[in-house]
Design a protein around this ligand. Structure first.
Ligand code: ADP
Ligand code: ASP
Ligand code: MG
Length: 454
């Protein structure tokens, strides 16, 4: 068995879904289990609709919901044998959305449990549409509602899987079905053991694919997306990076964590545990070999495998009000970040101050208020985090010199190296990002190792 996950752009239209069906059909002998994201930008649209409802703009919310429904109807009708069946499915889901719009408007609130109920609708719809499309295209399918087999805790919008419970269900339900049919499931969504809908966090369909792969002991997990694989730099920042043919789980996880959106950062965890290779492939160019993520380290002539970045982060500088850093200072700081569930990506400390970077700035003012009870706080928005990743970094002298030389006039505001030994990260002004990545890419990939890069 293999797991094949298709992201939003790979299922954004009838034509895209038809392409997906062709890719799956060509691998049907390997007994694929297909995991799909919501169609196109549906998840964003659903959240925008809910935001309008929260402002009590019910008419605007309903209008946008109507547009989203039409989009699903138009694409789905082209894909199925019996239009009335798919129309009934779409009608039912949008009636549910309408009830939620009313509830949100009434509450003037959009609590996390409701966020999950709303944002999960996209995957519930896309998976049923894709399953019906496969049937029409001559591939008997079985739709499985992911909420019945992926169980999570109740940390809504960022739920963590309950592995033993999920694996047991996947083994009992999905594996036997996959013997005779192409199983189709929605990514991103799950439920608590009490049946309350949850989601695994934005971009979480990759994670679903990996959980499913581990649960059914798949021989391979394929992540089909809109680029040729993992590249040596983020194509949205600097186009023209090289394709990485092979990379280790450790390196891939580091890149994902530091902003390479091509893979959700948690994707490698279940795969590592069961030692299942993960492939990243392009659904528009299925003939390209893609990236293979493997458990062992990958020998490479280049020091760096790739440059990841987060283009818009916030730096918080926290100065102790006492002259020297009192004992307990760090504990107090981190307790506050913990209370507001705000992860810190990078940290640097001096005698009297601590600087941290955060990606999620939703609670920045609350954090400031709490920290100012015992420290002075400066907040610097519009910063960028750059992270060079490669396991040769740990054994190579002089990497730092080459990085700073390549950066030339770009001012480096914070540096971190050594904690994971395979990354070198630093913070710069967001406006310098493109230049910095271009210079670093030219410095480290002038002569790419043909064994590793295509
Ligand atoms: P999907 O909808 O298939 O999950 P995503 O948009 O989540 O696709 O991820 C794919 C995108 O990740 C690419 O289009 C690309 O812009 C971005 N990306 C960022 N860093 C990298 C990288 N190092 N290699 C490849 N893609 C990257
Ligand atoms: N549809 C979800 C999102 O947009 C999950 C995913 O695509 O991976 O975040
Ligand atoms: Mg994604």
């Amino acid at each position: 068995m293999i797991v094949m996950k298709f992201g939003g752009s790979s299922v954004e239209s009838a034509a895209a879904i038809t392409r997906v069906a062709g890719i799956v059909k060509a691998r049907v002998g390997r007994r694929p289990v297909v995991v799909v994201s919501a169609m196109g930008k549906t998840t964003n649209r659903l959240l925008e609709i809910a935001a309008l409802a929260k402002q009590n703009r019910i008419d605007d919310a309903r209008q946008k919901a109507g547009e989203l429904k039409t989009y699903h109807m138009v694409e789905a009708r082209q894909l199925v044998a019996d239009a009335s069946a798919v129309e009934a499915i779409i009608d039912r889901h949008f009636a549910e959305l309408d009830a939620m719009i009313q509830a949100i408007a009434l509450l003037r609130d959009f609590p996390p449990s409701l966020i999950d109920a709303v944002s999960g609708l996209g995957e519930r719809l896309s998976s049923q549409i894709v399953a019906l499309a496969f049937d029409k295209l001559g591939m008997p399918s079985a739709h499985v509602d992911s909420r019945d087999v992926i169980h999570t805790d109740d940390r809504h919008t960022q739920a963590a899987p309950l592995y033993p419970e999920s694996y047991a269900k996947l083994k009992a339900v999905v594996a036997p079905l996959a013997e005779t049919k192409v199983v189709v499931m929605g990514g991103f969504i799950g439920s608590t053991l009490q049946g309350v809908p949850t989601t695994l966090g934005r971009g979480g369909s990759d994670f679903t694919a990996s959980i499913v792969g581990a649960g059914i002991d798949a021989e391979e997990i394929q992540i089909w997306t809109d680029v040729d694989g993992m590249l040596t730099c983020d194509p949205r920042i600097v186009p023209g990076g090289h394709l990485i043919k092979t990379i280790s789980f450790e390196e891939a996880a580091e890149l994902a964590y530091f902003g390479a959106k091509v893979l959700h950062p948690a994707t490698v965890l279940p795969a590592v545990e069961k030692n299942i290779p993960v492939l990243v492939l392009n659904s528009r160019r299925p003939e390209v070999q893609g990236t293979r993520i493997v458990s062992e380290s990958v020998p490479c002539r280049n020091i760096i495998k790739s440059i990841a970045c987060k283009p818009n982060i916030t730096v918080m500088k926290i100065h102790s009000l006492r002259m020297l850093m009192a004992h307990g200072f760090l504990r107090r700081i981190f307790e506050i970040f913990d209370r507001f569930e705000t992860p810190v990506d990078m940290l640097s400390t001096s005698e009297v101050s601590v600087s941290v970077t955060i990606d999620d700035a939703r609670h920045v003012e609350e954090l400031r208020t709490e920290l100012e009870k015992f420290a002075e706080v400066e907040i610097e928005p519009q910063r960028a985090l750059v992270c060079l990743v490669g396991d040769n970094i740990r054994g190579t002298a002089g990497v730092g010199v080459r990085i700073f030389r390549a950066l030339q006039t770009v001012n480096v505001l914070m540096v971190s190296q050594g904690s994971s030994t395979l990354n070198f990260s630093f913070v710069i002004a967001a406006e310098d990002l493109k230049q910095a990545v271009q210079n670093l890419h030219a410095e480290f990939f002038a002569d790419p190792d043909p064994e590793v890069f295509a």
